[in-house]
Design a protein around this ligand. Sequence first.
Ligand SMILES: Nc1ncnc2c1ncn2[C@@H]1O[C@H](COP(=O)(O)OP(=O)(O)OP(=O)(O)O)[C@@H](O)[C@H]1O
Ligand SMILES: [Mg+2]
Length: 255
Amino acid sequence: MAIIETKDLTKIYTIGRKRTVVGLDHLTLEIEEGELFGILGPNGSGKTTCLKLLLGTLFPTSGEAYIMGKTPYDVSMKKEVGFLPENPYYYEYLTGRELLIFYGKLFDMDKDALNEKIEELLNLVGLHNTQKLSLRHYSKGMLERIGLAASLINDPKILILDEPTTGLDPIGCRDTRNLLIQLKEMGKTILLSSHFLSEVERVCSRIAILHRGLLLALGRLDELMSKYKSSNLEDLFVKTINEYDEKIKSQGVAQ
Ligand SMILES: Nc1ncnc2c1ncn2[C@@H]1O[C@H](COP(=O)(O)OP(=O)(O)OP(=O)(O)O)[C@@H](O)[C@H]1O
Ligand SMILES: [Mg+2]
């Protein structure tokens, strides 16, 4: 059974009284346990919408979403999921350690277990030495890493990460990449949205490419690359999007 599943998942946003915007258009997807799966797509293609629908922070217009066979509104499911949002906002006067304590308390963790987990996570994300520094003095890369640690506080089976390498320098990207590989080896299922195609190419076994809310490509990287006769993910990405745009344009001209 798939650990993450969507069936015809659709979100139409309503702006004002009449205007509507398609966020996600009938997405059907299955992700297996232990996969490191990448959701790609240009700006506004529906990546964040998809992740928020899975997490239950957005209601779908139609369709279904399941995590471990449960709907996004089932509280027992939330214990198994860690989430790193696209633009996280943290209380900047908390230290790195205090932030992790805050998140641990949200999960009702007892003091000893929480302290043990915090030690483990600070070491994992390489922030042990800066745990007493307040977050307003953290660099972008450090904030991204403490966010990742916070998303792991409840030892979730599933990690949903919305652009975890945004704003990171090449070393930060490499560190996050290695961390993701390590987490996958620990048995986590990871669903990640990203614009960093070279990073995705290195870590993800399967990908989905979204465009205007539609799923344009889904599958193993090697299979998709041979299907689209591409030697790298960037080429595959551009070809998929251009092919769709050309098709729409020619249909428009034909009408
Ligand atoms: N709250 C909202 N109200 C109205 N429209 C929205 C809302 N959130 C997203 N949208 C629209 O839905 C579409 C998909 O947006 P979404 O944020 O899911 O894209 P994305 O792929 O995550 O983009 P990015 O790469 O820029 O993060 C866009 O057209 C966007 O303008
Ligand atoms: Mg987004």
